[in-house]
Design a protein. Structure first.
Ligand SMILES: Nc1ncnc2c1ncn2[C@@H]1O[C@H](COP(=O)(O)OP(=O)(O)OP(=O)(O)O)[C@@H](O)[C@H]1O
Ligand SMILES: [Mg+2]
Lengths: 277, 372
């Protein structure tokens, strides 16, 4: 691997034994740092996401996952580090730029407009319009209803014309997901997309991520549910206090190892490697 | 899979990509015959009555339905009162029509400007002074014989003053309340400086009269301007993608930014729209009255904002309708008219208007609460 090995672990033998992931490198971050006032929240984080890869980004509360997600999607500027897209260095791209690259994000604090309808939220910024810029609301309604039925299979939404502010937390999350998945993108970033979803909707979403992989779309899944992550992700990155402490493939890890890394950080990881029980 | 059931359950329209695990969600009573999959695609209104229902739902919680009902009730009350006592309450008389049809359009156009800006999440308290300055500039340039220049400069002035507010507000991230409060005083002084304290007068121009203050049937020509402006901004706000973005920026600015909408650009456009409305309204007034005082626009900003609020525009942004703004302006002026017709003393008018505004704000808040 071209990336520097993550600090404090035996990354070297990992790269020799691992089947080298194929596929072009889509996004490569290196040495990303970010501080909020005195609080350093990312201390030089780097990793790659390849085409068609599902990557899990794990870590305890406050580890810096959402901040990293915001930097990847361009809503927050990193203080330092490199952002390369398909091998091209972009310094610190803005949201407008990442949008053009095809980065689509579901933010943890779901970025919806409560006073607008589901349809208008799903199509916000990408309205289907005629030549004059007038929206084709009926067509948009139909498509919105279709996505919500087929991809996120959420209960209790009656019409795509409901105001988002009148939906439950899980339903709002479903709308955010619907918005992110509808437009064929190259990288889909999901920051805890299933935290408010019931079992059925969660399963549908995870199945969808696997399906996207087949279409060559990469995704980055942030979640606290390690079983979900282990189930769908090809690769796992564990963060701890602003550092990457583990970057491993599914074949090489286990839910136990991930749990140790997430819960106890590097110490837990060392202890697990000494006696993997 | 979508065979009609024997008991005549509606044949479902399949979304095509429906997953199989929808069985659990099938409505009770249809379990075994056929998995009736009620998809949301069914609920996209199709028939005429459904369409009407959808339309009702659409304006619900956006303020226009409630204000519309109140407006119609007030109108019915007025007509009934007129029919019972046409002499003491000459509501449907030509003179009264004339008064209302020249005052409502001006306030309504200003309310549309103020309302669009409020939907974008900002205020402009300097609107009244902007209005005064525009009217003065129009009269002076017109009187100097430069008709085309008068129009160009007036619109440039109106839009420019509003945009300046917008630039300061967005550039320095200061609440628009304080910026435009300062600007209100600044332009009030500027109007006196430019014009002096006496009224500015202009000659009556026949073409101008016909275009901006002519008689159309029982109405004044301003009504036509209002209809044009209202239809244009209704389409822009409720059907055009730009309007969608204005709602988004006012409704959740960080969400809009995350979807790669540029809030600064949208807010500047909203300020520009306000400037445009102010300039147009000032020309309507200047042409009709042919005389404008430097103090003409004082308090106009509050009336315009009040009309928007009465019409259901949310003070927190992101919510409102153009129809509501027009009805809000009309309602305020009709109620004022009713008070005058029924002989209420002029000094106390504000007392009633103020009460109406507070009532409307509380009312809209209650409805908002219900819709959320
Ligand atoms: N806008 C901000 N201003 C100041 N500090 C911030 C800001 N955003 C994040 N932080 C800090 O940065 C650290 C990392 O936050 P982040 O949201 O990235 O964590 P996270 O890994 O996503 O956690 P969680 O799993 O709880 O969502 C936290 O300590 C947080 O307090
Ligand atoms: Mg987070």
């Amino acid at each position: 691997m071209s990336m520097s090995a993550p600090s404090g672990q035996n990354g070297a033998d990992m790269s020799t034994s691992a089947p080298e992931p194929t596929g072009e490198v889509l996004l490569e971050l290196s040495g990303i740092t970010k501080r909020y006032g005195p609080n350093v929240c990312l201390k030089g984080v780097g990793f790659q996401i390849r085409k068609g890869e599902v990557v899990g980004l794990l870590g305890d509360n406050g580890a810096g996952k959402s901040t990293l997600v915001k930097i990847m999607s361009g809503v927050v500027k990193a203080d330092g580090g490199d952002y390369a897209w398909r091998g091209r260095n972009l310094a610190a791209p803005t949201r407008q730029e990442t949008e053009k690259l095809g980065v689509e994000t579901i933010f943890q604090d779901s970025a919806l407009v409560p006073s607008l309808t589901i349809t208008r939220n799903i199509f916000m910024g990408r309205e289907l319009t005629n030549a004059l810029g007038l929206m084709r609301l009926r067509k948009m309604d139909r498509i919105a209803a279709d996505i919500l039925d087929s991809v996120v299979t959420i209960e209790g939404i009656k019409s795509p014309r409901q105001l988002v502010g009148s939906l439950s937390g899980g339903q709002q999350q479903a709308v955010a997901i619907a918005r992110a998945v509808h437009f064929k993108r190259s990288l889909l970033i999901l920051d805890e997309p299933t935290s408010a979803l019931a079992v059925r909707a969660t399963e549908a979403l995870l199945a969808y991520l696997t399906r996207l992989k087949g279409e060559g779309v990469s995704s980055l899944l942030v979640t606290h549910n390690l079983h979900h992550a282990y189930e769908v992700c090809d690769r796992h990155i564990v963060m701890n206090h602003g550092r990457k402490i583990l970057d491993t493939t599914r074949e090489q890890t286990s839910v136990k190892e991930l749990t140790a890394a997430v819960v106890e950080g590097e110490l837990g990881l060392q202890r697990y490697r000494q006696s993997p029980t | 899979m979508s065979k009609p059931t024997s008991d005549g359950a509606p044949s479902p329209t399949l979304g095509g990509t429906m997953e199989e695990h929808d069985l659990a969600a099938a409505p009770a009573g249809a379990e075994l015959t056929a998995p009736v999959q009620r998809t949301m695609a069914d609920s996209v209104p199709k028939g005429r009555s459904e369409q009407f229902g959808g339309w009702l739902r659409l304006i619900r919680g956006r303020g226009a339905l409630e204000i519309g009902i109140i407006f119609v009730l007030v109108q019915i009350g007025c007509v009934v009162a007129y029919l019972m006592a046409p002499d003491s309450f000459p509501y449907l008389s030509g003179a009264n029509f004339n008064v209302l049809s020249q005052s409502i359009p001006v306030l309504a156009i200003l309310a549309i400007g103020a309302g669009v800006l409020m939907i974008a999440g900002e205020f402009d308290l300097s609107l009244g002074m902007n209005f005064t300055l525009c009217a003065l500039v129009f009269i002076h340039w017109y009187s100097d014989g430069n008709v085309l220049g008068a129009f160009v400069v007036t619109f440039a002035m109106g839009i420019g003053i509003a945009l300046l507010n917008g630039v300061i507000v967005t550039r320095f991230k200061i609440p628009s309340f304080i910026v435009t409060l300062g600007m209100m005083l600044f332009w009030d002084g500027a109007a006196l400086f430019y014009n002096g304290s006496s009224a500015a007068r202009m000659q009556r121009g026949e073409t101008l009269q016909t275009i901006f203050a002519g008689q159309v049937g029982p109405f004044r020509g301003q009504v036509v301007w209002l209809v044009l402006v209202a239809v244009f901004f209704w389409v822009l706000m409720h059907r055009h993608k730009l309007g969608n973005h204005i709602f988004a920026v006012g409704g959740n600015e960080s969400a809009a930014r995350a979807i790669s909408i540029n809030p600064t650009r949208i807010k500047l456009i909203a300020f520009g729209i306000l400037g445009l409305c102010v300039a147009l309204a000032s020309i309507l007034v200047a042409v009709r009255t042919q005389s404008v005082q430097p103090g003409t626009g004082r308090g106009m900003e509050l009336q315009a904002i009040a009309a928007a609020v009465v019409g259901g525009v949310s003070l927190r942004g992101g919510k409102g309708s153009v129809l509501g703004m027009v009805l809000g302006a009309a309602l305020i002026l009709v109620l004022q008219d009713i008070l005058l017709l029924s002989g209420a003393p002029g000094f106390y008018l504000n007392l009633f208007i103020g009460a109406i505004i507070v009532f409307a704000a509380v009312f809209n808040r209650l409805i908002e609460g219900k819709a959320e």
